[in-house]
Design a protein around this ligand. Sequence first.
Ligand SMILES: [Zn+2]
Length: 124
Amino acid sequence: MEFYSLINCMDGRVQLPVIRYLQDRLDVKFVDVITEAGPNLILAEQRDTTLLDSIFSRISISIENHGSEGIAVVGHHDCAGNPAPKEMQISHIRQAVGFLRRHYPEMEIIGLWVDDNWKVNEVV
Ligand SMILES: [Zn+2]
């Protein structure tokens, strides 16, 4: 795959682990990164329409201009934007993936959890 879209947390600790995971596991060449604080919560709750519109407009650029073939959404340990415990955050990731799948039925959508060792785990 040439391009993949990543909706990651803004937290500096999760940038390289997730990009490397996508490059190594999915053989992605380039990762387009969209960052928010606690994106799994934003996409699970779907409350802040300004933020959602901003995320969607950036995903559209990645898909339309780069031909991105998939979207990954992330939740992680010790997140300032989403301080919920692990099990609840994983539930947020599942809801976020469901929401993105309804918006982009043609795309491959995956959910990733970055654990307390900064290891990336595919949960959806
Ligand atoms: Zn975070």
